[in-house]
Design a protein around this ligand. Structure first.
Ligand SMILES: [Zn+2]
Length: 368
């Protein structure tokens, strides 16, 4: 085998990872893809540090993303701002590193919201996933971190007073209710998660985004009911693996009809999480490992944009290049640990894509 062939093979092997099971060159794939019909606003990401932010910016530029709303730790906001400039805006989050959850989600969060506001943030995140029951258990205060708890209401009240909107995370994938939240007395059913949300939507009449297709990409009919009952509710398309698995399993006709009916209420989001640790090298061969870390981090970010755009823009089906551990978790007999779903693309028309990618977010965030 000639040296060059060996090199090629090595590159291909090095490229494979959990975000790249098929050994794609995502930069090349971005070039091959037709340009999006408009610039893209990503309303849901977590940009963690300046180094990964710069690598993220490369992926974002390749796939046409011109603005990202990031849930960055307050302390990292100045350096992320410096790294990303006008690309980034912020979504106010509590201090997740504070082990005192009551302080972190309570008084300290209220202070932080004011400081995020000084950085131009126009939205607040209220995290209300079922796993908060575990945190409450540690606190010894059942219900303290429910979406409609007094603590969360203080946050919603402050956000309303400051003219900010609210993003929330309710529920979780059906797969998690099947495999993780099996203790129904503790976590409730999936439907139970929505009662506090509906109460809060009525009581705090600011614009809301329920992340990850409102936590129910599995059930578009249920989402239509929620959107119908609450005119201030919006959804984002973030959490790539979840969306590929579930939106990629919806019949195209149903998905198109849903997205068309709720024009302006559904915003593009990725839930890309970047951390400077992604870029860290750990082994003796520093240069190689660093390149590997960089490559895998880039693939982690780029794969989300590539696959979400394919899901919405293209026709046909594709095998997801991203490992989806939920498949194995729910059905280990059928799916190996590195399995990924077959995704049905929905080929949305250009006017609908413009609405999801740009115009709905412009209206939501009052961008001129
Ligand atoms: Zn998120």
């Amino acid at each position: 085998m000639p040296d060059s062939a060996l090199d090629n093979r090595k590159i291909e092997i090095d490229r494979r990872g959990p975000s790249n099971r098929l050994g794609h060159d995502y930069a090349l794939e971005a070039e091959r893809m037709p340009a999006p019909p408009c610039e893209i606003i990503d309303v849901h990401a977590h940009i963690g540090g300046p180094k990964s932010a710069r690598l993220y910016a490369r992926a974002a530029a390749l796939f046409g993303i011109t603005r990202v709303y990031s849930m960055t730790q307050l302390e990292a906001v100045p350096e992320v701002k410096e790294a990303l400039g006008d690309l980034v805006r912020f979504n106010a989050v509590p201090d997740w590193s504070n082990p005192d959850r009551k302080e972190a989600m309570g008084r300290d969060f209220l202070h932080r919201i004011e400081r995020f506001r000084e950085h131009g943030a126009g939205i607040v995140k209220l995290f209300a996933a079922p796993r908060m029951r575990d945190a409450e258990e540690k606190l010894g205060q059942p219900g303290a971190l429910a979406l409609d708890s007094p603590m969360y209401r203080d946050v919603a009240k402050l956000a309303s007073e400051l003219g900010m909107s609210i993003m929330t995370h309710v529920a979780d994938p059906d797969t998690w209710f099947a495999a993780k939240y099996t203790d129904q007395d503790k976590y409730g059913t999936k439907r139970d998660q929505y009662r506090p949300l509906e109460r809060m939507l009525d009581e705090y009449d600011v614009p809301w985004i329920a992340a990850h297709m409102g936590g129910s990409p599995e059930d578009l009919g249920f989402l239509s009911g929620l959107l119908e009952r609450h005119p201030n509710l919006h959804l984002d398309t973030s959490a790539c693996k979840w969306m590929l698995r579930e939106l990629g399993a919806q019949p195209t006709e149903d998905f198109r009809a849903f997205m068309d009916t709720w024009r302006g209420r559904i915003l593009f989001g990725s839930d890309i999480v970047t951390m400077d640790d992604h870029l860290e090298e750990t082994a003796a061969n520093e240069l190689a490992m660093k390149a590997n870390g960089q490559q895998q981090a880039f693939d982690l970010y780029a794969s989300r944009y590539w696959t979400l755009r394919r899901l919405f823009e293209q026709d046909g089906r594709f095998e997801s290049p991203i490992v989806d551990p939920d498949l194995h978790m729910v059905d280990p007999e059928r799916y190996p640990e590195d399995a990924a779903p077959e995704v049905t693309c929905h080929g949305l028309d250009r006017s609908l894509l413009k609405m999801i990618y740009r115009d709905a977010a412009r209206t939501f965030f009052k961008i001129d």
